[in-house]
Design a protein around this ligand. Structure first.
Ligand code: PEP
Ligand code: MN
Length: 264
């Protein structure tokens, strides 16, 4: 179902009346790694909207490597994301970490995110395949492109064709960056599938200094969208502060991005 052999034309994934991913317009989803408070998510939403982002991101259920790290605000976080949407009009994407809470997350959100750690959680993939929400599927950290497409197939074979593929860096021997952002995945995926491709340079590099250059490169390489972590106070973020852009830096990046998007 994901293959280009069966469907030649690019798929458009519609989020709401304003936002459609996979068409001419580059879609930018931005916001904090985790929802931390009402002020934090609303301030983030207003800032990313002002800079030109079309969607808000924010985690309410966090799949943390350590069980002792902040696990997210859960349903309270979903409510705050909905409030931020009310204030700004931005639809939001948020992660779903297990089949049990998938329906709850879908009730609040505009798009479901499957994180890298769950990219081969087949029960979860099947579950979101049965829900009526677009799904942003992240590439697992050790996943081949073929395995990535098979995970998309799990969602689509349950009836949900609104799948967006997100490259967010893979594990290599390199330690200078958190992950190795595989930008070659863009043309490779474009050759194999009609599904839209989004790049997440925040998790891809793990360092806010590297985020803007990778955004420009992703657009030049043909990405349909970007997912960028932005936090009003990265030094005190509950998660992923080191890779989060301050709102002013994000706004400057968005300004420069227009030049690359126009040329692409
Ligand atoms: C996230 O988007 O905050 C996240 C946990 O991403 P990933 O699954 O790519 O690590
Ligand atoms: Mn994060």
């Amino acid at each position: 179902l994901a293959s280009k052999e069966l469907k030649k034309e690019a798929s458009l994934v519609r989020v709401n009346d304003q936002v459609c991913i996979g068409g001419q317009q580059l879609i930018v989803m931005a916001g904090p790694c985790s929802v931390e408070s009402e002020e934090q998510i609303i301030e983030s939403a207003i800032a990313v909207k002002a800079a030109g982002a079309q969607m808000l991101r924010g985690g309410a259920f966090k799949p943390r490597t350590s069980p002792y790290s902040f696990q997210g605000m859960e349903e309270e976080g979903l409510k705050l994301l909905a409030k931020a949407r009310e204030v700004t009009g931005l639809p939001f994407v948020t992660e779903v970490i297990n089949p049990e809470t998938a329906e709850l997350v879908a009730e609040y959100s505009d798009m479901l995110q499957i994180g890298a750690r769950n990219a081969q959680n087949f029960a979860l993939l099947k579950k979101v395949g049965q829900l009526k929400r677009p799904v942003l599927l992240k590439r697992g950290m050790s996943m081949t492109i073929q395995e990535f497409l098979m995970s998309a197939e799990y969602i689509m074979s349950e009836g949900n064709q609104s799948v967006i593929l997100c490259e967010r860096g893979i594990r290599t021997f390199e330690t200078a960056t958190r992950n190795t952002l595989d930008l070659s995945a863009i043309p490779v995926l474009k050759g194999k599938t009609h599904l839209p491709v989004v790049i997440d340079p925040s998790h891809g590099t793990g360092n806010h200094h590297y985020v803007a250059p990778m955004c420009y490169a992703a657009v030049a390489a043909g990405a349909d969208g970007l997912m960028v972590e932005v936090h009003p106070d990265p030094e005190n973020a509950s998660s992923d502060g080191a890779q989060s852009l301050k709102p002013v830096k994000f706004a400057a990046m968005m300004e420069k991005l227009k030049l690359f998007a126009a040329a692409a």
